[in-house]
Design a binder for this molecule. Structure first.
Ligand code: HEM
Ligand SMILES: *[C@@H]1O[C@H](CO)[C@@H](O)[C@H](O)[C@H]1NC(C)=O
Ligand SMILES: *[C@@H]1O[C@H](CO)[C@@H](O)[C@H](O)[C@H]1NC(C)=O
Length: 212
């Protein structure tokens, strides 16, 4: 009875996210991070974002995204504009060669997202690694912070909080192609991601040292 109650409480928390900052020794950048819970036992996807310092409001800027993924995840998704529709979506899974596959997508509705050329990702060896329980990747995104949504051109603010969203599916796409079909998520959730603490004055210099 008590046990059932606890399970219910934990289940109600699925999709919830905690946020803080992370200093990464591998990439030399400071990230603000969110943790999207997708299993009642505490498993979740960690999304880290680092941006350059001094970015003007209402401009497009590049961002480094580092994601830590438990090995049981089939595919995971990050929605830069905080909803499924009309914003850059990053879908990621672990390829059969254990290499991360990153796929840039867009959806106009709650249907399978299609490839999106407005945002491109460069995957780096720096900050990309795995162990027996998790894999993680580090990539630079161009085009993730400005896009045309329902109310016209939208910019992700380089300061303060922006609502982001994640999605989780236990089902891995059947190939390493970034245009693979994906199945619908089991869990999705939102969080307010602090971009002020994602700011790095050494952003350009650090990214220039990343290994491809
Ligand atoms: C085969 C691919 C996908 C299908 C068929 C699909 C389908 C759906 C459906 C039917 C809903 C409505 C669920 C509800 O209202 O309870 C939904 C909501 C949502 N989906 Fe997806 N989805 C897909 C991929 C993705 C991806 C890649 C993301 C990336 C993060 C995503 C993020 C979300 C979010 C955040 C919501 C909540 C509603 C919203 O914010 O618009 N979905 N999806
Ligand atoms: C897939 O990868 C290729 C090569 O990096 C890239 O040109 C293309 O935009 C990517 N497509 C998607 C949907 O991510
Ligand atoms: C396994 O790898 C992940 C991703 O790099 C890391 O966050 C985690 O701390 C590692 N676990 C152990 C036990 O080293």
């Amino acid at each position: 009875m008590i046990w059932t109650l606890w399970l219910g409480l934990f289940a109600a928390l699925l999709g919830s996210v905690a946020a803080d900052t992370y200093n990464d020794p591998d990439t030399g950048l400071t990230y603000s991070q969110g943790f999207g819970l997708y299993k009642v036992d505490g498993r979740g996807i960690t999304v880290r974002i680092a941006i350059p310092s001094g970015v003007e409001a209402n401009t497009a800027y590049d961002a480094v995204v580092q994601v830590v993924v438990p090995t049981d995840v089939g595919w995971g998704g990050l929605a830069w504009g905080g909803s499924m529709t009309k914003n850059p979506l990053l879908v990621f899974w672990r390829g059969s060669n254990n290499s991360p596959v990153l796929s840039s997508r867009w959806s106009s509705g709650h249907t399978t997202p299609i490839p999106y050329t407005g945002a491109t990702y460069t995957l780096y060896k720096t900050g990309t690694k795995s162990n027996s329980t998790h894999w993680q990747f580090t990539a630079l995104c161009s085009g993730c912070t400005a896009f045309t949504g329902d109310s016209g051109l939208r910019y992700i603010s380089p300061r303060g909080g922006n609502r982001l969203a994640f999605a989780y599916s236990p089902t891995k796409p059947s190939s390493n192609s970034n245009t693979s079909a994906i199945t619908v998520h089991e869990v999705h959730g939102y969080w307010n991601h602090d971009f002020t603490s994602a700011s790095n004055s050494n952003f350009v210099a650090a990214v220039a040292k990343f290994q491809k």
